[in-house]
Design a protein around this ligand. Sequence first.
Ligand code: FS2
Ligand code: SF4
Length: 521
Amino acid sequence: MFCFQCEQTAGSVACRGKAGVCGKKENTANLQDALTSALISLACVAKENAMNVTEQTHRIILEGLFTTVTNVSFDDAAISRQIEITKNETEKLNRNKSDYKAYEMENIWQANEDIRSLKSLILFGLRGMAAYAYHAFLLGYKNKEVSDFFYQGLYAISQDWSMEKLLPVVLETGKVNLKCMELLDKANTETYGNPVPTTVPLTVEKGPFIVVTGHDLYDLYLLLEQTKDKGINIYTHGEMLPAHAYPKLKEYPHLKGNFGTAWQNQQKEFDHIPAPVLFTTNCLMPVKDSYRDRVFTTEVVAYPEMVHIDDERDYTPVIEKALELGGYKEDTVFTGINGGKTVMTGFGHNTVLSVADKVIDAVKKGDIRHFLLVGGCDGAKPGRNYYTDFVKKSPQDTIILTLACGKFRFNDLDLGTVAGLPRIMDMGQCNDAYSAIRVAIALAEAFKCGVNELPLTLVLSWYEQKAVCILLTLLSLGIKNIYLGPTLPAFVSPNVLNYLVENFNISPISTPEEDLKKILG
Ligand code: FS2
Ligand code: SF4
C-alpha cells in the first residue's frame, strides 16, 4: 500500500506496509487505489461519450471519490462493489467501444515528486469536494460546472502533463470547490433555513438516545422524523453539532444537545455508551469491542460487520438498539474539553452579515482589533494543543471565528464579548468555510480594500481531504498569509511548497505567542 493523503500519515511521509495510521489495511488501501483507477477510466470514457453521461454516472463519481476519503470506508466488500459499479458504468458509456486502458495508480505514486505533488493536490481536492457535492446532491442540488469538473480533474490526473499545465488545474479545483460549497450552503439553507445562534447543552437527559455523527444533515433530518414520539432523544456528535442552528431541525424537540467532542476522541467517548451511534460520514475510527454492537453506518461510510443503513434510509435497527440499550438512568452532565457545560453554534454568513454595521463600526472605533479564523480539522497529534493555546492567548479585542471539528478544543470556553459580540463565533462545519469567505468578501467591500488588507488572519488546522479542497479554494481567491498546521502535507513537494510560500506566503504554525505577535504586530 501507499497512502499519504492525510495529516497523520506515517512519519509525515507515507503509510506503507500492512496498515495505515488510521487503521486502513493494506488490502483496503489497494482496493481504494483500484477504485480511483476505475473512476479515472470512467472520467476518460465519459469525456469521449459526454452525450451518454447521466445522473447515475455522476452519482457513481461522487460516491467513488467520497469512499476514498480518510476514515470513510474500511469495508473491502463495499469498495469492491463500488469498483464493479464503476466499471459497469464505464462499459455502458463506452458504446463505440473505444480502447481504454485501466489507469495505473503507480503512475502517480512513482512520478517525479513535483508531478506527484500536483496530481495529489488535484486528486485529494476532488475527493474532498465530492463529499460536499454528494451532500448537496442528496438534497436535489446540482451545478453543471461542479459536476463537469470532476471529469476534467480526473482526466487531468491521467495525462502526462508538465507542472506548468497541472498547476492551473490545482487552482481550478479550488475555484470550483467554492462553487461547490456555495451549492451546499444553498442546499442546506434553502432546505433547513438560515442558521441562527444557538446554545447547545452537553448534558444527556435520561432515557433512550441516539448519537449522530458526520456531516450529513439529510440523515439527521430523516432520523428526527423517524424517531418522533418514540421517546428517543437525538444528540449530535462532532461535525453534526452545527445542525442545532438550522430552524427546520431545531423544530424537533427531541434534538436535545451534543454528545462528545471531535472525531479522534470517539474510541474513548463511545466506550460502553448506552446508546447507538450513527455515522453519516467520516471520521470513523476502527471500532472497539466495547461498542461494536452499537455502531451503525450509512451512505458511503462502511465498516466490516457493522449494520449498514441502505439508501431506503429505514433507521429501524438504530431505533430498536436505542430502546434496547435504554440510555442513562439519570440526566448525565458532560462538559467540553475545558469544562464548559454548553457550546454555541449558528454564526453562519447570514447571522454575521446581519450585524455587519456593528462589526464595521467596532473595527473603525478600534474596539475590535483583529479577526482570527481558527478553523479546520481536529486530529490526534499532540501539536494540536497549539490551537487551544492560541485561542486562550488571543487578546480581548480580537474575535475568533471558527468552523469544523477542530473547534471542540476551545468552543466551550467563555471568552466573553467584544463590542457586544461573542468572542467565539462558530460558523459551522468545514464546508461552512464558505460562510467565512462570504463574510471576508463583504467586509473587504465595506472597507474598500482587498481581503488580504483586512484585519483578518486564517489559522488553519488540516487533517483530511476536505481541508485540502478548502485550502485550494482560499488560494484560488488569492488569500495570503495563511498559517497552516499542525504539520504541512506530506504530498506537498519542496518545489510546490516554495511556490505556495512565494505566491501566497503560507507559513507553518510555530508557537501561539510568536504567531500572535506576527499577526497582531
Ligand atoms: Fe473533522 Fe473529520 Fe469536517 Fe473533516 S470530522 S476531520 O472529516 O471534514 O472536519
Ligand atoms: Fe495513512 Fe492517512 Fe492514508 Fe490512513 S488515510 S493510510 S493514515 S495517509
